[in-house]
Design a protein around this ligand. Structure first.
Ligand SMILES: N[C@@H]1[C@@H](O)[C@H](O)[C@@H](COP(=O)(O)O)O[C@@H]1O
Length: 289
């Protein structure tokens, strides 16, 4: 796992967006995997990434024409058109501003008649397009990824989840600060769905996320900090701002900074071809829990 540390949220966004654009541009379509497949989150942490990706698109540095996306989660029980649905969030903040084909932008339907079937179909759809090449995620203060709240199975796949009280309180800011208006249930990809991607990038910004970063990378893998599952991923990267590193040991921060500078040196020398995950079958390249 790599830990990349940048000064602030906006530099985290710029680094991550530039990295994603590079992956999209380097992608070589094959017959059984013709499109780059990107997993996407909502929340405030990815906003600077979306801003920078839009800027790169406007400057003709990247195109989403052939990219397929899968979002992590969606609330149950609010319509897609609700201003706080993740459908609205993605449309307003990203999809409406780039050249993605709307039929390639997948988001779980929290209004489906059969929610269990909706989740099963989502997993099948991901498999049918060759699996996810790069899954971008954020975390909650308790280290949850997507809506995989503490105690979620690290082997979980897409399913319906009850939200933790802390998450309901945290998300009240989007619902007029009224916790009664916050949905109680969500559909979410599972931890194993994220970990099956060929590459995973997790954004961790702000000092309120500092305990989660420390728990997830300095301690063992644990279902109470579900993002800690990245320790088992063969190609994972956490991109954090300085504030989020407040609870890390000084030695941990120095270690990862030194790794980054050595890696940058090697990339200059050998190019980055050797330093990216191989485009192989999802089953061959990723752990299945
Ligand atoms: N389901 C989402 C998560 O995917 C997101 O990572 C988290 C943190 O959001 P923020 O980035 O706004 O802190 O919020 C919600 O719980």
């Amino acid at each position: 796992m790599r830990l990349i540390i940048r000064d602030d949220k906006s530099s985290v966004g710029a680094f991550t967006a530039t990295y994603i654009a590079k992956r999209i541009n380097e992608f070589k379509p094959t017959e059984d995997h013709p499109n780059f497949v990107l997993g996407l989150p909502t929340g405030s942490s990815p906003l600077p990434v979306y801003h920078k990706l839009i800027e790169l698109y406007v400057r003709d540095k990247v195109s989403f024409k052939d990219v397929i996306t899968f979002n992590m989660d969606e609330y149950v029980g609010i319509p897609k058109s609700h201003p706080e649905s993740y459908h609205s969030f993605m449309f307003d903040n990203f999809f409406s501003k780039v050249d993605i084909d709307p039929k390639n932008a997948h988001i779980l339907n929290g209004e489906a008649d059969n929610l269990v079937e909706e989740c099963e179909k989502y997993e099948e759809l991901i498999e049918s397009v060759g699996g996810i090449d790069l899954f971008l995620g954020g975390i909650g203060e308790d280290g949850h990824i997507a809506f995989n709240e503490p105690g979620s199975s690290l082997a979980s796949r897409t399913r319906m989840k009850t939200l933790a009280y802390d998450t309901i309180v945290a998300n009240a800011r989007f619902f007029d600060n009224d916790i009664q208006k916050v949905p109680r249930m969500a559909l979410t990809v599972g931890i194993a769905t994220v970990m099956s991607a060929r590459e995973v990038i997790i954004l961790i910004t702000g000092k309120h996320k500092a305990p989660a970063l420390a728990k997830s990378i300095e301690e063992g893998m644990n279902h109470m900090w579900t993002v800690s599952a990245i320790q088992q991923h063969p190609w994972a990267m956490v991109v954090a701002d300085e504030d989020a590193t407040l609870e890390l040991r000084v030695g941990t921060v120095r270690y990862f900074k030194s790794i980054e500078s050595v890696q940058a040196e090697q990339e200059l020398k050998y190019g980055n071809a050797a330093l990216r995950p191989k485009q192989r079958s999802i089953h061959a390249s990723s752990p299945r829990f």
